[in-house]
Design a protein around this ligand. Structure first.
Ligand code: ADE
Ligand code: ZN
Length: 339
């Protein structure tokens, strides 16, 4: 019999919900602050880590936007993404769809091109040197207005070839998906895939809006969908993927105990769920840590772990041929492991 940790490590997987700015480890944050002559409001790495206590999403977001202030040059964005991608390789991640928050940078005077070119240099190197395919999803900050999102989309159009999709993140409550109807329509017309955080803290109605008003291809988080049986049936019928982030949910107090995490209930209701890290530097774990945490809290069976890894490829925005090849490879790995 193979132990669950080896099983989790050996299975190839995709990561579909990672905010690259949320992978900024304190050590790199301090190194970049030094390189760029920026003073952080913390004396030490330990003091910074001690500040990572969150009672809700907004507590985290405040510290997350402050942390990204050390990212200034193309090299900084490259180094950030490269650190994440090498870490992802250690978790046997084969494909990454990476969120970034351009408005968190352009609002500080950093050019859109600096951000995108730095991230793209790292993803191209990962493809060549690590065998990881990676694409970029540009998120609109939902606490800002739609006009700001529209200006950001205008900037992105000059880099259309480097950006796969458009997403929606930041403070959810009070900022429903419908606030971004026009900009999402424009993004769809420009050929971007569409994503939205919905049902993390917000109600099931926000998930309805994400699918029916914005027309998203995938939902980020989405666990509050379980409060609405009609919505669950719709998500299951449409094979709408949901990117779930267990350690994030614990650290942001969306769940009070991982033993009560809704992941298994979502699987039992036939939802296409995946496991992801969200902001690993802030929530204490990369993708395999998330797999291990839910496995042990929920006593997930071997077949459930394999199904979650499989779902990550099913839900990925990969060309169909590559997806089938990757799924066949995953099935071979799973079959070769002792039961
Ligand atoms: N930005 C980074 N992480 C986020 C999350 N979990 N929810 C909303 N916005 C985010
Ligand atoms: Zn997220």
């Amino acid at each position: 019999m193979i132990d669950e940790n080896s099983l989790i490590c050996r299975l190839p997987k995709c990561e579909l919900h990672i905010h690259i700015e949320g992978s900024l480890e304190p050590e790199l944050m301090f190194a970049l602050a030094r390189r760029n002559g920026i003073r952080l409001p913390y004396d030490s790495i330990d003091a910074l880590r001690r500040a990572y206590q969150f009672a809700r999403l907004q507590d985290f977001l405040d510290i997350y936007y402050q942390g990204m202030s050390v990212l200034i040059t193309e090299r900084d964005f490259h180094d950030l993404a490269w650190a994440y991608l090498t870490r992802a390789q250690a978790d046997n991640v084969h494909h990454v769809e990476m969120f970034f928050d351009p408005q968190g940078h352009t609002s500080r005077g950093v050019d859109f091109a600096t951000v995108v070119n730095g991230l793209t240099a790292a993803t191209a190197k990962a493809e060549a040197e690590l065998g990881i395919s990676a694409s970029l999803i540009m998120c609109f900050l939902r606490h800002l207005d739609e006009a700001d999102a529209e200006r950001t989309l205008d900037l992105a159009l000059a880099h259309r070839d480097k950006i796969m999709g458009v997403g929606l993140d930041s403070s959810e409550l009070g900022h429903p998906p419908s606030k971004f109807t026009r900009v999402f329509r424009r993004a769809r017309d420009a050929g971007f895939s569409l994503f939205a955080h919905a049902g993390e803290e917000g109600p099931p109605d926000y998930v309805w809006q994400a699918i029916d008003v914005l027309g998203v291809d995938r939902i980020d988080h989405g666990h509050r969908s379980l409060e609405d049986d009609t919505l669950v049936a719709r998500l299951a019928r449409d094979r709408m993927a949901l990117t779930v982030c267990p350690l994030s949910n614990l650290r942001l107090r969306v769940v009070d105990d991982l033993k009560r995490h809704p992941l298994r209930r979502m699987m039992q209701r036939d939802l296409l769920v995946t496991v992801n890290s969200d902001d690993p530097a802030y929530f204490g774990g990369y993708v395999n840590d998330n797999f291990r945490a839910v496995r042990s809290a929920l006593n997930l069976e071997r077949d459930e772990i394999v199904a979650l890894a499989r779902n990550s490829f099913v839900a990925a925005m990969m060309p169909e041929g590559e997806k089938q090849t990757a799924l066949a490879a995953l099935d071979r790995v799973a079959a070769s492991l002792p039961r």
